[in-house]
Design a protein around this ligand. Structure first.
Ligand SMILES: [Ca+2]
Length: 507
């Protein structure tokens, strides 16, 4: 027989009823997304099939781009391994995080504010495998492991031979080359995350395609013996119009394999990228197997670009397109399919990775990050998150250090060095008309207004260095060195000591 429940029992019953009948009013919060951040080493923007490159075989990255969003103007604000890896983790420009070769190691408090540490503190199950690429100030390498639930990071450059990397050595039998071994490690990580019952955040830093160019033989078979079309700006003859300062970089004085044997260098480089691509495919298979495919955001990018013979340069570090730009693909499977395959030309940067991951995870970011959240561009790819982006080089021979400003369709570079018979100089490139940077239009009066605008943006960035520089890491002089209104005579006494050749060759 029906009987009215007591008020005390009625209230929770009513709440359950309302939740079932009116989900729009009382729906439980959506589950946190899982996050997988995949990072190659030294991959230039054009070295992926979906950029329009028919020579490199990257079917899994191409599929990721078809299902996600591809960014065509993704820059590394410092285009070298160590600094860029910390740009990614902290969301800060180099002079604020203080971490680069010849500048210093990372302070623990900044790693505590990284996306990896903060997501873990917020309840995420976290993992890291591969080349971490920097050290903690005053601490041993072992200090990293407690920052993560699962850790397979390696010191220094790590190794292509799986068995030489302690964290992944157990996968050496099926995967003697490290790229696919990281995917096997990821599959185990996903099982552990499932057992933990938490959302997860996994970061994998592949060694490939960094030097020494030693790909998996199976991947090299796709490319060996082939010849490849040279880009329009290939070769030393297409670098003579550039600032003389750039040609003092190790990118011009070393890395001659791209000039001496372009076809073989390209074959090896692309084979390494194909190995990373295969790992991306294996990682996605493992996500699907564990039931995570529909709620896992995948971000793929690289720590710096690579000149690969453009303008006669090898190496990275320089502010030109090939060296500074990398692929960026973000796939959020929770979004409507209408957004799949979108392409965004917005200016994005390595410092945006942390801000984006914080936003996707719904975890508060530290105040005052330099990076921006790119997530809004996933559904509005025609938008932008900034009007200008600085590209710094505080490292290497002082004559090749520079600060550049990228704006949509334009790039301004100031070369401050005026010693050794060189004259401080400006470069301006109309990237829409001249994507290969074949003509410096800084002296063209038709572009005077644009030059003035970019110089103002440049001066604004320089003005931030003095107050923003992390003390004790050698950045203070750059507030003056990069100031284009200060004479060379006043700058010369402030010059940093150049890096020693032995150390330089290891990066
Ligand atoms: Ca690198």
């Amino acid at each position: 027989m029906f009987r009215l429940p007591s008020l005390r029992r009625l209230l929770p019953t009513a709440a359950v009823f309302l939740a079932a009948a009116a989900p729009a009013l009382t729906a439980a919060p959506a589950p946190k997304p899982n996050l997988v951040f995949l990072f190659s080493d030294d991959q230039t923007a054009r070295a992926v099939g979906c950029s329009g490159n028919a020579d490199v075989h990257t079917p899994h990255l191409d599929r990721l781009a078809r299902e996600g969003v591809r960014f065509t103007n993704h820059y590394n604000t410092t285009s070298i391994c160590m600094a860029s890896r910390v740009n990614v983790l902290t969301g800060l420009y180099e002079y604020r995080h203080g971490c680069n070769f010849d500048h210093g190691d990372l302070e623990r408090r900044l790693l505590n504010d990284s996306y990896a540490a903060r997501l873990r503190a917020a309840g995420y199950f976290t993992g890291f495998a591969g080349k971490i690429g920097f050290e903690l100030k005053g601490e041993t390498f072992e200090a990293f492991a407690p920052f993560f639930d699962r850790w397979a990071g390696g010191p220094g450059q790590t190794f292509y031979e799986t068995e030489k990397n302690a964290g992944i050595a157990r996968y050496a039998a099926p995967h003697p080359h490290s790229s696919r071994a990281y995917a096997a490690w990821a599959a185990d990580f996903f099982r552990d995350a499932k057992a933990a019952g938490k959302p997860f955040c996994l970061s994998i830093s592949f060694k490939a395609p960094h030097l020494p160019f030693t790909p998996d033989p199976a991947d090299l078979a796709l490319y060996a013996g082939r010849t490849f079309a040279r880009p329009p700006n290939y070769g030393v003859e297409h670098g003579r119009h550039l600032a003389a300062q750039a040609r003092t970089s190790r990118a011009a004085t070393g890395y001659r394999e791209w000039i001496n044997d372009y076809d073989r260098s390209t074959a090896l480089y692309y084979a390494l990228i194909t190995g990373v691509d295969a790992a991306v495919g294996l990682i996605r298979e493992a996500l699907a197997r564990e039931g995570f495919a529909d709620n896992t955001v995948i971000i793929f990018t690289s720590d710096n670009g690579y000149s690969a013979g453009a303008h006669g340069f090898g190496d990275k570090v320089l502010p030109y397109e090939e060296a500074a730009k990398s692929p960026l693909i973000i796939h959020d499977p929770r979004l409507p399919r209408a957004h799949a395959g979108a392409v965004s030309a917005a200016l994005s940067a390595n410092v945006d990775m942390a801000a984006t991951i914080f936003a996707l995870a719904g975890v508060p970011a530290p105040a005052d990050l330099d990076g921006r959240n790119l997530a809004p561009l996933l559904t509005a790819p025609a938008g932008r998150v900034r009007d200008h982006l600085p590209l710094f080089n505080f490292w290497g021979v002082p004559s090749a250090q520079s600060l550049a400003i990228v704006a949509p369709g334009w790039k301004y570079i100031h070369w401050y060095f005026g010693g050794d018979g060189l004259t401080p100089t400006d470069e301006l490139f109309d990237l829409s008309a001249d994507p290969y940077e074949m003509k410096n239009v800084a002296a063209d009066p038709r572009h005077a207004a644009r030059l003035a605008e970019l110089r103002r943006a440049y001066d604004t960035e320089v003005a931030r260095i003095g107050p923003g520089a992390l003390r004790g890491h050698g950045y203070e002089p750059y507030a003056t060195l990069f100031d284009r209104r200060v004479s060379w005579d006043r700058k010369a006494p402030l010059l940093p000591k150049s890096a020693s050749p032995t150390r330089k060759n290891k990066k």
